[in-house]
Design a protein around this ligand. Structure first.
Ligand code: FAD
Length: 459
């Protein structure tokens, strides 16, 4: 395509949308080329399109379909798997300006524009005495559209479930510009195929989510927090199994020594940097059950060999430990760029997975911290590497691959919550099998026959 052809095509889109909605300034475009995975292979898009209504999204997709131009949907760009990497010569369609919000306290639902941040939704529904539970660590910077598109998880999933458990309805614009409504503010609905769920976690490959209706629940009861340090990772992971065997904590998080040290070096909050691992657990059970669970978790940690156990009912103290855990990724990013894993296994295999990750890091001589939503069996090995050093990067990439192979061999998954994106795509067939890949490709081509939606991601 010549530059003139390209300009003529883009002019056709500029003409159909309000002034300023199609951005071609290279400096601005640069800021939309990558998500937090910092994919080195991200392309340079023709333009960034910033719609404010569903109709604008329809216009952009009709135009892209007419000219067979790739469209990469984008929320807040906090993704960790390269799902929002720009495609050369395509457009990035960001939903960040679609920020409508309506809360219905009677049905206990909120209907939300995809561009609202998770934290904004939580705050808005709290004004109605309601709670939207899904809580990725990035909740202050990621969008609800991105959460739905990746089926985001978080810290309270162990008790309260993932984004998909709260999505009751979606409005989606398909590749040909058709807008469809799926589900809605109905707490029960068995009509037809479960198409709403098909789009949750579809990572921008099947349609652009332009509205999300989410289920809300009464506010979370007060929480107690128990923090335990262990000399060895094995003792900590065995303590995780001891707890989930008996109860459903409201949070059960793991940090290894490398991540504890990275967080402590920035936050200076007095974490024990000699510990091999740290667990943070919470109980929010009603009435006396909270105290009972707190006591029992303390007993189980102690019996499991914890060197120190600290329990508190003070919400501010509890939040400071939770914030420390949330800060682990930014703290490790200060050491160097990360290859970020998201592997998960059935819970009994958690100790084997974390042991195996340590061995892989040693074998490839890479620095790798491990944090985990341990109560879900979902771990985030964070491999530090220097992208300007090809030999080190190659070692980091081999470790990255070996960790996914290990998770698959343990009956696990290559991604518990971040999505496949571009970085984990090569391992998807090994996890799901060729028959499932073929079925997925048939669904993709039925909805997006020209393959314009997020090409190169997932499939
Ligand atoms: C410090 C840090 C901590 C994190 N912790 C967690 C965590 O605990 N749990 C977790 O699950 N994730 C976590 N993440 C990852 C990330 O925040 C989530 O994946 C989040 O859901 C991405 O939302 P986003 O708005 O930034 O989406 P983006 O990064 O912009 O996009 C993510 C994917 O969704 C697609 N997409 C975005 N919006 C739409 C739309 N409207 N329609 C269709 N497709 C769309 C994109 O094409 C892309 O494939 C973390 C990230 C960081 C930086």
């Amino acid at each position: 395509m010549t530059a003139t052809d390209r300009d003529a095509r883009l002019d056709a889109l500029v003409d159909r949308l309000p002034d300023g909605m199609v951005v071609t300034d290279p400096d601005i475009i640069e800021g939309y080329r990558r998500d937090r995975a910092a994919d080195p292979d991200a392309g340079v898009p023709l333009a960034v399109v910033r719609p404010t209504t569903t109709e604008h999204v329809r216009i952009a997709l009709r135009w892209a379909n007419e000219h067979t131009i790739a469209v990469v949907p984008r929320g807040a760009g906090t993704g960790l798997s390269g799902g929002a990497s720009a495609v050369e010569g395509g457009i990035v369609l960001t939903t960040e300006r679609m920020r409508a919000l309506a809360v219905d306290p009677v049905t206990r639902t909120a209907t939300v524009g995809p561009g609202l941040l998770n934290a904004e939704v939580k705050a808005a529904v709290a004004e109605h005495g309601l709670w939207y539970p899904p809580d990725p660590s990035s909740f202050e910077i990621c969008s609800i559209g991105g959460n739905a598109a990746t089926n985001a998880g978080g810290l309270c999933c162990v008790k309260y479930g993932m984004t998909t458990d709260y999505v009751l309805g979606l409005e989606v614009v398909l590749a040909d510009g058709t807008a469809i409504r799926l589900g809605g503010p109905r707490l029960k609905d068995s009509a037809g195929l479960s198409l709403t769920k098909l789009f949750v976690g579809s990572e921008g490959t099947l349609g652009v989510i332009t509205e999300v209706t989410v289920r809300l629940i009464p506010p979370q009861p007060p929480r107690s927090t128990i923090v335990a340090t262990f000399e060895s990772v094995d003792a900590a992971t065995e303590a995780v199994l001891a707890i989930v065997r008996e109860m459903r904590p409201a949070m059960l998080e793991f940090m290894d020594r490398t991540s504890i040290r990275a967080v402590e070096s920035v936050l200076n909050m007095g974490l024990d940097t000699t510990a091999g691992a740290l667990l943070i657990a919470q109980s929010d059970s009603p009435g006396d059950d909270r105290a009972r669970e707190t006591t029992r978790m303390t007993e189980l940690f102690t019996a499991g060999g914890a060197s120190e156990v600290f329990a508190t009912d003070d919400p501010a103290d509890g939040e400071s430990f939770t914030a420390a855990r949330r800060f682990a990724i930014p703290a490790m990013e200060k050491i160097g760029p990360l290859l970020l894993e998201d592997v998960g296994v059935p819970l009994p295999a958690l100790p084997t997975l974390i042991d195996g990750i340590e061995q892989i890091a040693e074998r490839h001589a890479v620095t790798c911290a491990v944090i985990a939503h341990a109560g879900d069996g979902n771990t985030h090995p964070l491999i530090v590497h220097d992208p300007t050093d090809p030999e080190q990067t190659a070692r980091a990439q081999r470790a990255f691959g070996d960790i996914m192979d290990l998770a698959i061999s343990l009956g696990g998954t290559i991604t518990g919550e971040h999505g496949v994106g571009r970085l984990k795509k090569a391992w998807l067939p090994d996890q799901v099998g060729e028959d499932v890949m073929e079925l997925s490709r048939r669904i993709k081509s039925a909805l997006d026959p020209s393959g314009i939606l997020n090409p190169g991601a997932v499939l």
